[in-house]
Design a protein around this ligand. Structure first.
Ligand code: G3P
Ligand code: CA
Length: 263
């Protein structure tokens, strides 16, 4: 059985509010090999780590992320909705790493400062009103950080993911050296033989798809691809993907997955 990489999905997001700096630092402390984040563009062109199109679930704001400026988002609380943002002995929120909006720049600064190898999976969210600008801005930012043309011994290695094949294609065109993941919720007909488009070599099926299609992981791997599965939180799902020999496990609970792997 191979030992897969363990990626913290939106940080250690079971214990702490997703996409906060605190959730990512916790995941690094726990020993995760990598971190997963979603990115969206603000109205004034900044990449921010937020999953939903709307602000309502994970902040005290309302409406669309894409309609707000960075300064407007910086004024919101992105953590107090989650029990992990509150101190155990009271209802005071913990420090701002638990509640502040996380920009992609701050996340990159944190992983570069970690002082150890970190793999970062960045997912561009589509459809959105800014279309290809998301990938353009992302590659520009990664270039500025020296992360768009990776060398094997770089401690921080970025991989870009999307459910949108066109977004994956844009990354392949803009930064051909960046690895990409095509995320899969269902099974498109063209995937039956296990081949991925645009030179992508990593498939990212959801755990529901892996459960429903036991032949999928072997077929993808037999065709020469790696397979990262999301979001693997339950013990039986972890056993399933380990037995299937996946290359990466994306989980809200990295400490649990690492413990199961004896790490
Ligand atoms: O890691 C892939 C996974 O995050 C995709 O689903 O909705 O959690 O972004 P979602
Ligand atoms: Ca995601």
């Amino acid at each position: 059985m191979t030992t897969p990489l363990v990626f913290a999905h939106r940080g250690s997001s079971y214990d702490l509010p997703e996409h906060t700096l605190a959730a990512y630092l916790r995941a690094l402390d726990e020993g995760a090999d990598g971190l997963e984040c979603d990115v969206r563009l603000t109205r004034d062109g900044h990449l921010v780590c937020v999953h939903d199109r709307r602000l309502d679930r994970t902040s005290n704001g309302h409406g669309l992320v894409s309609a707000r400026t960075l300064a407007e988002l910086e004024a919101l609380d992105f953590g107090s909705w989650h029990p992990g943002a509150v101190a155990a002995d009271g209802d005071e929120p913990l420090d701002e790493s638990h509640t502040r909006l996380l920009t992609l720049e701050r996340l990159l600064d944190a992983v570069l400062a970690a002082g150890r190898p970190v793999r970062l999976l960045i997912e561009t969210k589509h459809p959105c009103r800014y279309g290809r600008d998301v990938e353009r801005r992302l590659v520009t930012l990664l270039r500025r950080y020296g992360l768009a043309e990776p060398r094997p011994d770089d401690p921080v290695q970025v991989t870009v993911m999307s459910f949108a094949p066109i977004a994956v294609r844009r990354i392949r065109d803009l930064a051909p050296d960046l690895p990409t993941v095509l995320l899969l919720e269902g099974l498109p007909r063209w995937l039956r033989l296990g081949r991925l488009p645009f030179g992508t070599r990593i498939a990212g099926p959801g755990i529901g798809l892996v459960r429903a299609r036991p032949q999928l992981v072997p077929a993808l791997r037999a065709a020469g691809n790696q397979v990262y599965v999301w979001t693997v939180n339950e013990a039986e799902d972890l056993e399933l993907v380990l037995a299937a020999g996946v290359d990466g496990v994306i989980t809200d609970r990295p400490a649990r997955a690492l413990a199961r792997l004896g790490r």
